[in-house]
Ligand binder design. Structure first.
Ligand code: ADP
Ligand code: MG
Length: 319
């Protein structure tokens, strides 16, 4: 059983950034407005995520760590149309099989917070306001082979910041801060969507890109498409979200690339930030544990929509 959990963990947890992504997902699902990430040694020694969400009732605290325990899916019907970020009930169980985990949480109106130590199962009273703190220490302490694959602290830290950045771009209504060994390394204050895009991708990108907003059948595509001629357009800043989830999808990337080739006749890959909203029953997000991949019911429809949405934006006379 221990082994099975460790194998499952291998799919979910690749490096500290995978932990950060899962824990930030959970914090967002809990309705948090401010999320703080505190890291030591690139997250390998310690990852602490504090949120001000609705918290976990103390009698449900032990459940949160159990495999396939999720408070977010009531039935198979729900699984078909997942609206929250988490839904598999795997993350916390997987993480606690490869690291030392403790959770402190307090719901509104509870007399105090409760802390659960995953290893011992011990519950004890703790001090904190409404919300949840999850601490993950010594990642891969019991799987040395995997620990060896981790890169330098600086590289792992950069991946952790990237993970938070991907959330930050799509959730301007939430404030994010990342600390490393006592130093604030990145902060995004709550802002309107345009301001958040400036804060994440850069003011230059927002000023020189074209707005995208097109509804095609069951899909709506919004966001901004960069123009390759823009000074310092960064090829590595390509963000695509499906129903709020950051995804990497070849089909979507190809649709976007085709639009650039059609209108601007190729050239450098530009920056873009595109948000796809699609009826939940037309997309399967339950493909891979890390949830970065999705499967569409009608992939041609999605490819076409991306191409037309971006073409429309690029071909429009500049405002
Ligand atoms: P999932 O997110 O897929 O449900 P997880 O293993 O990530 O599974 O989390 C298990 C459960 O623990 C969640 O369904 C939720 O009830 C609870 N939980 C985890 N993190 C938080 C948090 N930050 N705030 C409130 N509840 C949380
Ligand atoms: Mg989760």
């Amino acid at each position: 059983d221990e082994l099975i959990s460790q194998i499952a963990a291998g799919e979910v947890v690749e490096r500290p950034a995978s932990v950060v992504r899962e824990l930030v997902d959970n914090a967002l699902d809990a309705g948090s407005r401010e999320i703080t990430v505190k890291l030591v040694a690139g997250g390998v020694r310690s990852i602490l995520i504090e949120d001000d969400g609705h918290g976990i009732p103390s009698d449900e605290l032990p459940l949160a760590l159990r495999r396939h325990a999720t408070s977010k899916i009531g039935s198979l019907v729900d699984l078909e149309s997942v609206a929250t970020m988490g839904f598999r009930g795997e993350a916390l169980a997987a993480i606690s099989s490869v690291a030392e985990v403790s959770i402190s949480s307090r719901t509104e109106g509870a007399p105090h917070a409760q802390r659960l130590d995953a290893r011992s199962g011990e519950l004890s009273p703790a001090a904190r306001g409404t919300g949840t703190s999850v601490e993950v220490r010594e990642l891969f302490f019991n799987t040395p082979a995997r620990r060896k694959f981790l890169k330098t602290d600086a590289t792992e830290l950069a991946h952790c910041v990237d993970a938070v950045r991907r959330h930050a771009l799509t959730r301007p209504d939430v404030g994010f801060a990342v600390w490393h060994e006592g130093k604030l390394v990145q902060q995004w204050r709550r802002a309107d969507p345009d301001q958040r895009m400036k804060d994440v991708i850069g003011a230059e990108f927002v000023e020189q890109s074209r707005p995208v907003d097109m509804t095609l059948g069951p899909m709506r595509v919004t966001g901004r498409a960069g123009v390759p001629a823009a000074a310092r357009a960064r090829a590595d800043q390509q963000y695509v979200y499906v129903n709020g989830r950051y995804v990497r999808d070849k089909l979507i990337a190809h649709g976007i690339r085709s639009a650039y080739e059609d209108v601007l006749h190729g050239g450098r890959q530009p920056s873009y930030a595109l948000f796809i909203e699609i009826a939940p029953d037309r997309v399967d997000v339950n493909v891979h544990p890390t949830k970065i991949e999705v499967r569409f019911r009608d992939s041609r429809e999605v490819h076409q929509a991306m191409r037309r949405a971006v073409e429309g934006a690029l071909a429009a006379p500049q405002a």
